[in-house]
Design a protein around this ligand. Structure first.
Ligand code: ATP
Length: 193
């Protein structure tokens, strides 16, 4: 069995995330994709991130209609800064996942940053990488050992980022069709961003 792990801040989850996850699921024949919500990513510590409860609620709304998608709270429950290598070890240690092949789903920007993550060599030993390209980024800039370990996903590039969604909200611009409709309603109901 194959499982995808897709980590992120998801502030908010947007259609780019869902397109990437679905492409990975179909192309790699994944049984499930777990969206792993990061409470305080080490590389975004300076930025202000919305409360985890809101991000978690939005993720729940976004995945509710796809039986292959699920949300994982392992990083919320673990104290301290979240490291992907710890999350991979935690998943692999669970008896129900014994014998499972894990794929770590990443956007191109994350692949380029991977060398700065904790124990990147251990990460690629624990999971295969599944990488989705992102506008304006050259995957060939990634460290060769990570590029070689990566399965490059196909599918259309999606020029949507959570930063852009937040900025659009601040400017009073429309975010319709950039996030799921129920997430858009949640953002407005809770006056996020
Ligand atoms: P922000 O703009 O706040 O940095 P983001 O849109 O990049 O957020 P994250 O939650 O940081 O979203 O991303 C989680 C994962 O999804 C990362 O691996 C990121 O590379 C990937 N990702 C996000 N948006 C896209 C996209 N449009 N295309 C491909 N990968 C994406």
């Amino acid at each position: 069995m194959r499982i995808g792990l897709y980590g992120g801040t998801f502030d908010p989850v947007h259609l780019g995330h869902l397109i990437v996850a679905e492409q990975a699921r179909v192309e790699l024949e994944l049984e499930s994709v777990f969206f792993v919500l990061t409470p305080s990513p080490p590389h975004k510590s300076a930025a202000v991130v919305s409360p985890a409860t809101h991000r978690l609620n939005m993720l729940g709304l976004a995945v509710q209609n796809n039986p292959h998608f699920a949300v994982s709270t392992v990083e919320l429950e673990r104290p301290g800064v979240s490291y992907t290598v710890d999350t991979l070890r935690q998943f692999r240690a669970q008896p129900e996942f014994s014998g499972v092949e894990f794929f770590l789903i990443l956007g191109a920007d994350s692949l380029l940053e991977l060398k700065k993550w904790r124990e990147p060599e251990a990460i690629i030993a624990l999971a295969k990488l599944a990488v989705y390209s992102r506008p304006g980024l050259d995957l060939q800039q990634a460290a060769p050992q990570f590029l070689q370990a990566a399965y490059l996903l196909n599918g259309p590039q999606v020029d949507i980022s959570a930063t852009e969604i937040r900025q659009r909200c601040q400017r009073g611009q429309s975010i319709r069709y950039l996030v799921p409709e129920n997430v858009r309603n949640y953002i407005f109901a809770n006056r996020l961003y």
